[in-house]
Ligand binder design. Sequence first.
Ligand SMILES: [Zn+2]
Length: 423
Amino acid sequence: MFVLEYKLRGKKSQFLAIDEAIRTVQFVRNKCLRFWEDSKGIGQKDIYKHVTALRKEFSFVKDLNSTACQQACERTWTAILKFYTNCKNNVPGKKGYPKYSKRTRSVEFKKSGWKLNRDTKRITFTDGKNIGELKLIGSRDLYYFQEWQIQRVRIVRRADGYFVQLMLKLDPRDITPQLEPTKKCVAIDVGLKYFYCDSNGQTVECPKYYRKSEKRLNKLNRRKSRKFRKGQKQSHNYIKARKKYAKRHLKVSRQREELAKEKALRLIQSNDLVAYEDLKVKNLVRNKKLAKSINDAAWSQLRKWIEYFGLKYGRLTVAVPPHYTTSDCPSCGKRVKKSLSTRSHVCDCGIPVLDRDYAASLNILKKATIGHIGSWSNEILDLNAWGDSTSILTRERPAVERRVASPRAFRVGSNACKGKLSQ
Ligand SMILES: [Zn+2]
């Protein structure tokens, strides 16, 4: 799935109509969830039937396009299924019991309910919510794909406006000129002191966008809280302050995403193989002292984009297990224990004193190429040999497990889909 995103321009009344549609989606979702909770042992079909009943009962649900209704119901069902699977597999920790949504921000249409005019760059929504015709703002050309390739159309509300996402059935490799082999490979070690350090000894500074904006964010947050009225309808000024606060957060997250995208693209373009640690960021974030810094460092975003560009440009991306990458000696393999504050790697095997992160990246590179020794460089040149697999998970054993990459961004309906994959 390939996502094209445009900002929408329209009248205030049109945006109010979009809000109404989004509210209806939330209503349908929550009604479906309640139906599931109230009745025992129901399946997907029963929920679909329930939606049909809802459409008969409430006229505002009937006004919403039927595929958008269906989509809302499908989302609920996905959440329920995920909960069931987690319970079945006995996933440690919380099982993800489906929640009632309070702040739905999007409405998704399938193949009907909208009409795209590619000449004038306008989209018209034709269901009973009277959204009407909206102009698409964005530089991306609408002519390099066929109309049938549009699988879904989604309207998203953000702090700074309304956006439309066209989800295309399109392989990014088909529209990308393949790059010449560079015969270089690189490993990166992400850190908190640096954004990452690569195996060529180069470091990229951590921009710390959140830390830099924290003061301003806190100020805006205080201003918002001061205007909050408990138990009453919120004032106009409160809503304004809330919007400002949300906009600032949006800015920080966009800055972060842009940096990750830019660095990932550069890494992929100048190397045939990019190796990185297979970090479980979710678990690391549980460390409360480091959580803010780790989230601010955007490791997962970097990985997501490396995997995406790797697929797009036909480069190899390898995730290695993160164990002992910081402690092992890249030269002799001896385990040298370090605390978090030890910044350098010293070993008695005669290797010069290395920076800690640099040593780690050398280890990652070593792990990534284990089992390929002597052959991996040939395989890189013959990229077709890998077929679809762009992310290989190496084990400690020489055996290499190949895994078809499914960067989260490509899965329909996942959160990552909201990320703009239009680079
Ligand atoms: Zn050593």
